[in-house]
Design a protein around this ligand. Sequence first.
Ligand code: ADP
Length: 272
Amino acid sequence: MQIIFDNVHYVYSSGTSFEKHALKGINLKINKGEFIGLIGHTGSGKSTLIQHMNGLIKATSGKIYFNGEDIYDKNFDMRTLRSKVGLVFQYPEHQLFETTVYKDVSFGPKNLGLDKLEVDLRTYEALKMVGIGDDLIDASPFELSGGQKRRVAIAGILAMQPEVLILDEPTAGLDPRGRDEILDQIAKLHKEKNITVILVTHSMEDVAKYVDRILVMNNGNLVMDEEKVKIFSRYKELEKMHLAAPQVTYVVNALKEKGIPVSTDVTTVDEA
Ligand code: ADP
C-alpha cells in the first residue's frame, strides 16, 4: 500500500467571494504500516487533506496515486479505494443508525455484496478488534457509553478491512478512560495487523505517545513532515503556529518512557 500526493491543490468555492485555497501544493508519500499523526490548528487543511485520500474530494489540480495508480484516471476504481482507505469522521457515533450493534457494523460489508458467512466473520472480527464483547452484539447502539459507541462506529469501518485507517480526532469529547481505550485499541490494531494509521489530533500528548511520524499543516501548507523524535526539537516553530503543548514535560517524559532518545535540542523545550 502506498499513497502519493503530487503537488495537490484544493480550492473551495472557486470564483466566489467564499473562495478558499485550502491545500497549497501538497507533496506527500505514505507507506504501508506507518503510524502518522496529522496536526495543525483549526482551519489549517487537515480535513480537506484526508478527504482527498479516499477520493471524497477531488483535487483542483495535482495528482494522487494509490499503489501507483492515478486515482483520477477514468479507469480507476474509486469504489475499491473507498473500501481500502477507511475514513472515520469526527463524532462517528452520530452516524450510527441501525437498531443493533451487529446491524450497524455489518452494514458496510453487506453493501460490498459479500455472502452472509463472510459478513458475519468480518463483523465479529471488527468488534473484537475494538474490544466490544459478544454480549453487546444485539444491544442498541444507543444503550452504549460514549466510548463504546465510538468504538462500534470504528468497527463499522474496520469491517470493510481497510488497508489504511484515517481517524479525524477520534478522542474528541471522550473522558480520559474512553480516550485511552480508543487509542490503545488503535495502537494494538496497528501493531498486530500492520494497518497504516493516520491520526488527526489536537493532542500533542497523543502524538508523543502513539505515532512515529508527524505531519504539520499550517494555512494549507504541509510545513513539517518528520519523524516524531525530530519534530519535538523544532518546538519553537510549533509554538509559533500555536501548536505547542502546555504539557511539554509530559511529552518529553512520554518519549523517554518509551525508550525513545530525546535529542539534546529538547532543552529548548524546557526553556519555552
Ligand atoms: P481543519 O481540518 O484543519 O480544521 P479544514 O480542512 O476543515 O481544516 O479547512 C481548511 C480551510 O478550508 C478552512 O479555512 C475552512 O474554513 C475552509 N473550508 C473547509 N470546508 C469548506 C467548505 N465546504 N467550503 C468553503 N470553505 C471550506
